[in-house]
Write a protein that binds this ligand. Structure first.
Ligand code: OGA
Ligand code: MN
Length: 285
């Protein structure tokens, strides 16, 4: 029997009673899909899995995204976030890795810059630092529910432009190549996602460049005000990793960010899979 124990009054649950490496039957899988809709973040402690087991489990939630060219793990279904080199020792990170880490420390929804953004992400902690390197989650459904009803009405149906080239260039101009810019042209996304059976969610994060119908300055003000609202302490769950934790989150219900750790003295090796979205965030015309 799968058991869920809430992590905060608003969202997040620890899930026990399953051994992912041994496989999960369809009945359990259905219960986990419901739990993801309801809790937005699922923490599975002590799951000693390899990449193949992680991929097999992740595929139970839907087809997986392929890792984008230029990222570690490119072309496969896993992306590797690690400071461990091929020799097994801590490597000094490449400039791109340093900057990618910096980018991950901004609140974001994974792949919100894609025409059909990711539904969910699963991150497996293979090695963790003794301090720091927590991952924080913000409850975008609770944040929307807490807005003034008149503002909720005003925001529903609005469209945000998400732009990978723009967001990466904000971190560092050197971070995005011309090829990457061309590969990810700006896309339109709903500002409020209505698809979750437990309530609508704000959808913005670091890739949200502007709001249709507002100029650049007004867009920035609105995006930053809503993100500040959504990332108040009351809406945050900070995950302190234990070795072999697997954490899954609903990108269409939470934003997340990485936090700092001593990258030159502490080992951190994480493996991520990403469940593709089933549909765009806006109705097709
Ligand atoms: C991710 C991510 C944060 C972290 O894997 O998508 O943003 O703490 N990770 O590694
Ligand atoms: Mn991420």
């Amino acid at each position: 029997m799968v058991e869920t124990t809430p992590l905060t009054p608003l969202f997040g649950a620890q899930v026990t009673g399953l051994d992912i490496a041994r496989g999960v039957d369809p009945g359990m899988m259905a219960a986990l899909r419901d739990a993801l809709d309801r809790f937005s973040v699922l923490v599975f402690p002590d799951q000693r899995i390899d990449d193949a087991a992680q991929i097999a489990f992740s595929e139970g939630f839907g087809p997986l995204e392929r890792t984008r060219p230029g990222a570690p793990g490119a072309g496969s279904a896993v992306i590797i976030l690690s400071n461990i080199g091929p020799s097994g020792a801590i490597t000094s990170p490449t400039d791109t890795q340093v900057l990618n880490n910096k980018a991950n420390r901004l609140w974001h929804h994974d792949s919100s810059f894609k025409p059909v953004p990711a539904r969910a992400s699963l991150l497996s902690a293979r090695e963790i630092p003794s301090a720091g390197g927590d991952t924080e989650f913000a409850a975008m459904r609770a944040a929307f529910a807490a807005l003034d009803p008149a503002e909720q009405v005003a925001l529903r149906g609005r469209v945000a432009i998400h732009d990978f080239g723009w967001s990466r260039a904000r971190v560092d101009a050197a971070l995005v190549s011309e090829a990457e810019r061309n590969q990810h042209p700006p896309v339109r996304q709903a500002l409020v996602l209505e698809e979750n059976p437990h309530g609508p969610a704000l959808y913005l994060g670091a890739h949200a460049r502007s709001i249709e119908g507002l100029d650049a300055a007004q867009s920035r003000l609105l995006i930053e005000r809503l993100m500040a609202q959504a990332t108040q302490p009351a809406f945050i769950y900070a995950h302190r990793w234990r070795p072999h934790d697997l954490v899954m989150w609903d990108n269409r219900a939470v934003a997340h960010r990485a936090t700092a750790f001593s990258t030159t003295t502490e080992r951190r090796h994480m493996v991520r899979t990403c469940v593709a979205g089933a549909a765009p965030t806006l109705p097709l015309h």
